[in-house]
Design a protein around this ligand. Structure first.
Ligand code: SF4
Length: 352
């Protein structure tokens, strides 16, 4: 069991950030915010995929005007993603978003940040205050050695947090972003040690799914396994629903959320394999599609390791020469001819 780090609880509409509240897997819409109908369609799909809160970019006043309509009709709370403009931040807050994402380093005038804080206080809006490795001034202007970067990011974050706290504003979620997997882990560990605010975790601009999933899973998964992280985003250059599915897979694989669909374990196959395990597993996966109940199903290629794996599975099939053994909750249920294996397993899955 992972023991999650305790922090302040931050409220954003119906969502709460901070243990023991669930880790929120978030995403961003990927259509223009001014296209209210398309945004709402995308948000509805994301909500159905398990997204509890969604972020929208708001670079123009037309976007913040659209936010108001989206907030009113969205099935889940809305976060506004703001860069460089205090006016956009204030408009978004007034449009009713529950949280804004803001890198204070991007707002040059401190007086403007004070105005944003005043608006956020007046509307009960949370602020995700971020430090981005690529955009903090010292990292840009100097050739800072890699081993100093985390310290610089932490210094910047301390500066921001002190500033917010001086204004008596503590409705904060902290995030420090880097495109580097190891630095993402290190800076978030440092933030967890130094502050008691909820933490947003993700890699900056991670990439296409085939390139981004592994580094994201390593960075986010390592931190979550240490109990660090209250909301995550897997940044993929893909349909945002894929971000939510993958984020939830990370949580599920760490036992941080319960499975709501069947899990399929398949042996990697080796020279002992007695049937075409990969073909059988693909057929079983098809059978499981659309089932919205948790269950552990295992497909094993021989009886060397098969029965051991079957101990944990609700249903397991272990192949032998020309036949297969079906196990239910660790107990041998039946022996079936190879040609009948899929049919027999499907019947048992249905009964289960
Ligand atoms: S279950 Fe059997 S066939 Fe599959 S990898 Fe293990 S030993 Fe090989």
């Amino acid at each position: 069991m992972i023991k999650r780090r305790r922090s302040k609880i931050v409220k954003a509409s119906t969502v709460r950030f901070g243990a023991p509240h669930p880790i929120a897997v978030q995403s961003m819409t990927k259509v223009p915010t001014t296209d209210v109908a398309r945004c709402l369609r995308q948000i509805t799909k994301l909500a159905a995929a398990g997204c509890p809160i969604i972020r929208l970019a708001a670079p123009t006043s037309a976007d913040t005007a659209a936010l108001k309509k989206i907030v009113d009709k969205s099935p889940i709370p809305i976060i506004a993603d703001i860069h460089f403009s205090a006016a956009r931040a204030i408009e978004a807050i007034e449009a009713g978003v529950c949280k804004i994402r803001l890198n204070p380093g991007n707002i040059k005038d401190r007086k403007d940040i004070l105005k944003i804080i005043a608006a956020a206080k007046a509307h009960g809006t949370a602020i995700r205050a971020g430090v981005n490795e690529a955009s903090i001034r010292d990292l840009k202007s100097e050739n800072v050695p890699e081993n100093k970067r985390v310290a610089l990011m932490l210094r910047e974050m301390k500066k921001y947090v002190r500033f917010f706290e001086k204004q008596n504003f503590t409705n904060l979620v902290l995030s420090a972003k880097s495109a580097d997997t190891v630095r993402t882990i290190e800076i978030n560990r440092a933030i967890a040690e130094n502050f008691d605010y909820p933490i947003h975790i993700g890699l900056t601009h991670a990439g296409l799914p085939q390139d981004a999933k592994v580094p994201s899973a390593i960075a986010i998964g390592t931190l979550l396994a240490e109990g660090i992280g209250d909301t995550i985003r897997v940044s993929l250059a893909a349909d945002p629903v894929e971000e939510i599915r993958f984020g939830n897979e990370i949580l599920r694989s760490l036992g941080l959320i319960e499975s709501t669909t069947p899990e399929l374990t398949v042996c990697p196959t080796c020279g002992r394999c007695k049937v075409d395990v990969i073909k059988l597993a693909k057929q079983v996966r098809k059978t499981l599609k659309g089932i919205d109940k948790p269950a552990k199903i295992a497909v094993m290629g021989c009886i060397v390791n098969g029965p051991g794996e079957a101990q944990d599975a609700d249903l397991a099939v272990c192949a032998a020469q020309g036949k297969g053994y079906i196990y239910k909750h660790g107990k041998k249920l039946k022996v079936t001819q190879e040609a009948q294996l899929l049919k027999a397993l499907t019947e048992e899955i249905e009964k289960l």
